[in-house]
Each structure stands twice: as structure tokens, then as C-alpha cells.
Write a protein that binds this ligand. Structure first.
Ligand code: HEM
Length: 448
């Protein structure tokens, strides 16, 4: 075995070529990757334009050579260089023939170039096997070791052997690799890191839209109404009373929006008599963001609980300090709606906790769907009952309808009531039997 000399460090025995990998590029990504490769026991050779001046940058134990020499020392070469600088590879085409080139690059925005960086690289060096991969990792996560959130490495490429070689390295570094298919997928993989909370966008828009709509609705009904009809300034109520209406209202509507698509999907399957037809795109997209809808709804419910907790210490409430006749019915009503609220909130938190990936991993599919579906609908039922009891018989009094408008809590009861009614229909024995058969693969009209 020959020995290689690392710049400024004692010579170390060179690992066999299969255990040696090459990294082109001494930027953050290249250096972090090199360090992890070294820690995993690989021999690492850096390829650099100026090997002498780069030697101080590279991790201890790695070797740095010119690009041509470096590419000869290993079969697998990580290209940790920006796409704009890829042309330096063209004169190396001969040395790179048959080598596996792993393209790590990312772009600054979508559609920055006509083709994916990995496809461009393949066109520059047609004799090499280009594999796209590792681009969804950051230099930071490479240095700190994989955490649960970024264990996954996505790769794609034309050659199965080349992909296998890259997967083997990924696994040795502690990642789990997912083969995404041919190089044509590279563009998708390159767009991946550019996405900013993609599944949160729609739920966030819904939350902001609902909050704004109900805020203005309640502002008019509660504050402006009092000002116009009784010349009373109760604008201070915006800060707590109004907030404590907007939050639970938005929460309850969003919780129903979490369960509505599932119910609609069941009815669609019933109507079609088969599970083998795709749902419309909008329904698919809606179902995919249920978790985010639910977590945001939980956030709003949490704010409602906090606002409720401070009610007794509010100056306005202490000042009022009414002394009224004790009435058992009112006590029952108050205690019941508070108790249902507390139970609903307890289950709400349970749903939130069981949507965390680390908890999901400990549950079987049956357990997960039991909690998210059965307990989820129960949560919706409890929160809806809490609001109905809060409203009690106020719907009978005409003073409730200021300027002929219903109060916010009545409006927010519409959607959960519809979802619960539809769900009730779905769990009636005869409908439930048909749905179960459809889910097991039975198709209407197929038995004749
Ligand atoms: C209203 C307590 C959980 C939905 C209220 C009110 C109280 C209360 C005191 C009346 C507020 C007021 O007078 O302005 C609680 C407690 C909870 C809880 C103690 C749990 C610890 C929930 C949950 C939801 C919810 C989980 C579901 C999203 C509502 C709604 C209203 C309401 C929609 C009517 C708001 C309005 O005045 O328009 N709750 N609640 N509550 N609560 Fe809760």
C-alpha cells in the first residue's frame, strides 16, 4: 500500500480506492462533507484549482490535489461546486470517464436554468455517471450529524450501480437514502430546498383570512354597534374580549376544515362505488395539509385558553363584580361548557402531540388512525358542544342579533355541525358497511 502525504501532517496509509472518495470544492459544503466522510472512515482527496493555497482550509486528515490528479484517486467524486463553475470539468472529461459524479448543487430560485444542474453536468461530461444527491442537506447538518428531521438523502441518476455506490456512502454516513428514479427527477430534487414551508402556505392563508374576517365582523358588531347606538366607547375590549372570540372561532372552523376533506372523500367513494379512482386535485391538496391545519387550530385554541385564564384578573371584570341571584341552571350551563372546553382542549393537545414525527414513529397505522380519526372527531364534537352550551338559549333573544347579524360563535358553529352530521351519516351501520367494503377493494357493479 502506498502512502500519501497530507499537507503539513504526517503521512497516513492510503485507503484502497473503494474506500477513497474525492470531493471537488473546498467551500462550506465540500469541507463539511469531507469531514463527515473522514469521520466515517473514508479516505478523502480534495480536488482544488489551487491545491497549495487550499490545504489550510481542508479538514485534518484529508489530502488535497489538483483536479486531474484527484479524480484519478477515487471512483466516486462529489461535485461541491456552483453550477456556473462546472466548465472546469470539460478538460477533465477523459479522466472522469466511468467515474461516478455526485452533483450536490442547488440554485437560488426555481427555473433559474433551462435544465437541471445534474443534467447539465451530465451533458458536459457524457462519459461519467452523474448522480444527483445530498443537495437537500445543509453544511450545518452534515457537520452536526443527521438528526431525525434530515436523515433522508434523496438521490436520482441513470445508472443503478452508480446510485448503489452513492447509497452505500450515504448509509455509512448515517443517512437513509431514497432512490427517486432517473436523472430527469433532478430538477424536482433541486427545487426541494427552495421550498419555504410548502404545506403551511394554504393553512396560514386560511388562518389569516378567517382571523381578519372575524375580527372586522366582531369589531362592527360589538364595538362600533355600541358606539353608534349607545354612544358607549368600549374599544378597550379589542385587546382581550375580541381576541378571545376571534381565536376560538378560527380554531373551531379550522378544526372542522381538518375533518371535512376526509368526510367528503368518503362520500365521493360511496358515490363512485370504488376506491380505485383518484380524488380531485383540490381534495388531494386539502388532505395533504390537514396536519398543518390542525396544528394552527391548536395554536388558536391555546391562545383562547390563555385569554380565558386571565379573565378573573382583568380590571374590567373585577370592577363590574356584579352580585346577582344564584341560579342553578346558569351554574350547570357555565360548568358544563367550561368542562367540555377543557376536555376538548385536552384531546386537542393529544392530537397535536401524536402528529409529531417522533411520536408517529412509535405508533402503528391502526393506532395513529384511531387517534387522528376517532379521537379527532370526538375533539370536534366536544369543542362544538362547548360552543353550543356557551350560546345556550341566547339564539332565542332578538337582542342577540345586533343589526340583524348573528354573533360570531353562531357563524362558527355552521361548519363543525355540518361535518359532524355528515360523519354521523357515515357511521350509521349500513353506510359504514358499504364504505368498509369499498376500502377493502370491493367495487360497485363489479360482482355482476
Ligand atoms: C368561549 C373557556 C376550550 C371554543 C369560551 C368562553 C370561555 C371558554 C370562558 C366564553 C368567553 C367569553 O365570555 O368571551 C374555555 C376553556 C377551555 C376552552 C376553559 C379549555 C381549557 C375551547 C376549545 C375550543 C373553544 C378547545 C375549540 C376551538 C370556544 C368558542 C367560544 C368559546 C368558539 C365562543 C367565542 C365567542 O364568544 O364568540 N370558552 N374554552 N373553547 N370557546 Fe372555549
Amino acid at each position: 500500500q502506498h502512502r500519501v502525504s497530507t499537507m503539513g501532517f504526517p503521512a497516513v496509509p492510503a485507503p484502497p480506492e473503494s474506500e477513497r472518495v474525492c470531493v471537488f470544492g473546498t467551500g462550506d459544503m465540500g469541507r463539511s462533507l469531507g469531514l463527515r466522510l473522514l469521520q466515517a472512515g473514508y479516505g478523502v482527496v480534495f480536488g482544488s484549482r489551487r491545491p497549495h493555497s487550499s490545504s489550510s482550509l481542508i479538514p485534518h486528515g484529508a489530502q488535497v490535489l489538483g483536479h486531474a490528479a484527484a479524480s484519478q484517486s477515487a471512483h466516486l467524486i462529489f461535485i461541491a461546486v456552483q453550477r456556473e463553475h462546472y466548465d472546469f470539468l470539460v478538460p477533465l472529461a477523459n479522466q472522469l470517464k466511468g467515474k461516478v459524479l455526485v452533483d450536490l448543487s442547488n440554485n437560488l430560485r426555481k427555473n433559474q436554468y433551462p435544465e437541471a444542474n445534474a443534467e447539465y453536468l451530465q451533458s458536459l461530461v457524457p462519459g461519467a455517471e452523474v448522480v444527483k444527491g445530498f443537495n437537500t442537506l445543509s453544511a450545518w447538518s452534515l457537520q452536526n450529524g443527521p438528526s431525525d428531521a434530515n436523515r433522508q438523502v434523496y438521490i436520482c441518476g441513470e445508472s443503478v450501480e452508480a446510485k448503489q455506490a452513492v447509497i452505500a456512502v450515504a448509509i455509512k454516513l448515517g443517512f437513509s437514502a431514497l432512490d427517486q428514479g432517473f436523472l430527469s427527477v433532478a430538477r424536482e430534487l433541486e427545487d426541494f430546498p427552495l421550498q419555504l414551508f410548502p404545506q403551511w402556505r394554504l393553512p396560514l392563508r386560511i388562518a389569516i383570512g378567517l382571523s381578519a374576517a372575524f375580527f372586522f365582523y366582531l369589531l362592527i358588531r360589538d364595538i362600533i354597534y355600541a358606539y353608534v347606538t349607545q354612544s358607549k366607547d368600549i374599544s378597550f375590549r379589542i385587546m382581550v374580549s375580541l381576541a378571545n372570540k376571534v381565536c376560538p372561532i378560527v380554531s373551531l372552523i379550522m378544526l372542522s376544515l381538518c375533518y371535512l376533506p376526509g368526510v367528503l372523500a368518503s362520500f365521493l367513494q360511496l358515490y363512485r362505488g370504488t376506491k380505485y379512482r383518484r380524488f380531485p386535485d383540490w381534495l388531494d391538496r386539502w388532505m395533504l395539509c390537514r396536519k398543518q391545519l390542525g396544528l394552527l387550530a391548536l395554536g388558536f385554541a391555546f391562545l383562547h385558553v390563555l385569554y380565558t385564564l386571565i379573565i378573573p384578573i382583568r380590571y374590567y371584570v373585577r370592577f363590574k363584580n356584579r352580585t346577582t341571584q344564584f341560579d342553578t341552571t346558569t351554574a350547570w350551563r357555565g360548568d358544563s361548557y367550561l368542562s367540555l372546553g377543557i376536555l376538548g382542549f385536552g384531546l386537542y393537545v393529544l392530537l397535536g402531540i401524536t402528529s409529531l414525527p417522533s411520536v408517529i414513529n412509535t405508533l402503528s397505522w391502526r393506532e395513529f388512525s384511531f387517534i387522528q380519526s376517532k379521537l379527532g372527531h370526538l375533539t370536534l364534537l366536544l369543542c362544538t358542544a362547548h360552543t353550543y352550551l356557551y350560546g345556550w338559549n341566547r339564539f332565542l333573544s332578538s337582542s342577540t342579533y345586533k343589526w340583524y347579524t348573528p354573533p360570531g360563535y353562531m357563524l362558527c358553529l355552521v361548519l363543525p355541525s355540518v361535518v359532524l352530521l355528515l360523519k354521523l351519516l357515515l357511521i350509521t351501520p349500513c353506510v359504514d358497511r358499504t364504505i368498509t367494503r369499498i376500502r377493502q377493494g370491493w367495487e360497485r357493479g363489479a360482482d355482476q
